[in-house]
Design a protein. Structure first.
Length: 337
């Protein structure tokens, strides 16, 4: 029984890990909470994972006392012998899980979790921490080839995507900064496409930015597959910290991520440094609302988000220039000259 945060980006990160687990224990049945990425056949096929044998409610991942009886009934009925908890939480706020784990020990149910790695969450990417946990339990995990969707990639030279949305407002870069960056990208001779998620406020932002001369198209992907295919056709992506970043890494699309209210050392995608670069808000890292697991306490509670001021368009351009994509492009332009 595998427990993860419900975010779709988390599903993209753990998909190869689940495939490694299945290869190690091919006869096991796996139960999970619903996750759009892990429910997708093309994701399972790409990593070589058969898929879950059954599902349980997403909120059980919190191990709340109110859900405990139903959770144990499920475990007993399904014959679950092992719970792998990949939910990234720090010890002081994970008491409900510790209470569950204590009861599990008494019932003879084994538990693996990120707390085994010691103390407070390490400032290592979540994917690496999860892989480290599996390796500690004799599950071989190879993260050396992270672009497991690379076969779908068909980049259009000179087309750069700006994913300006995010599920939480505190993770969205202000429109004025996006507008400045888009103008500077246009000055470099790049064609910009802007995309967002389904939220009305996100889409309003995209429409506001669509009038910039450098913006050739505004994209509103209606599905995970549509977002995947849009990113697959980009030369490079600049994005808020959201699902698009992890899809880009899996596709092998160079990406620069803006970490406004999260810790980029923890929530960076599984990718090589010359493919993935981070722009981190130092204000966010020093904020009292930043949890040790690299997430903001006020995602959904409302916040003026001063952390957004910690990322400037010039910072993004610097990181773009560090990508292998940028070096190849500069070399090509020299040849053309």
């Amino acid at each position: 029984m595998v427990v993860i945060n419900e975010g779709v980006g988390n599903g993209i990160i753990v998909a190869p890990l689940l495939a490694a687990l299945e290869r190690r224990y091919p006869g096991w049945r796996c139960f999970m909470a619903p996750n759009i990425a892990l429910d997708a056949e093309w994701v399972r096929s790409a990593v070589g994972w058969q898929g879950a044998s059954g599902m349980f409610p997403a909120l059980w991942r919190r191990f709340l006392p109110a859900d405990r009886e139903a959770l144990w009934n499920f475990i007993d009925h399904a014959g679950v012998e092992l719970v792998i908890n990949l939910r990234m939480e720090f010890a002081e706020e994970d008491g409900n899980y510790f209470a569950f784990r204590s009861e599990a020990t008494k019932r003879g149910v084994e538990c693996w979790d990120l707390h085994e790695l010691g103390g407070q969450p390490q400032r290592l990417p979540f994917g690496e921490q999860a892989a480290g946990l599996l390796r500690a339990h004799d599950v071989p995990v190879d993260l050396s080839r992270p672009a497991w969707l690379a076969g779908r990639r068909q980049p259009r030279p000179g087309v750069i995507g700006c994913y300006v949305g995010a599920s939480a407002a505190v993770k969205r870069w202000p429109p004025g900064d996006w507008s400045t960056l888009i103008g500077q990208l246009g000055d470099r001779g790049l064609t910009v496409e802007v995309a967002v998620g389904p939220g009305a406020d996100e889409q309003a932002l995209a429409r506001r930015l669509s009038s910039a001369p450098a913006v050739a198209e505004t994209v509103f992907p209606q599905s995970l597959e549509a977002l995947r295919d849009w990113i697959a056709g980009l030369d490079v992506l600049v994005s808020n910290d959201t699902l698009a970043v992890h899809l880009a890494a899996a596709l092998g699309c160079p990406v620069v991520t803006l970490y406004l209210a999260t810790d980029g050392d923890i929530w960076s995608p599984v990718a090589a440094p010359d493919v993935s670069r981070a722009v981190q808000s130092a204000i966010a890292l020093s904020c009292s609302y930043m949890k040790p697991n690299g997430t903001c306490r006020r995602y959904y509670a409302g916040c003026p988000a001063p952390c957004a001021a910690g990322v400037r368009p010039a910072d993004v351009l610097i990181e773009l220039d560090q990508l292998e994509w940028s070096r190849r492009r500069a070399s090509h332009q020299e040849v053309v000259k």
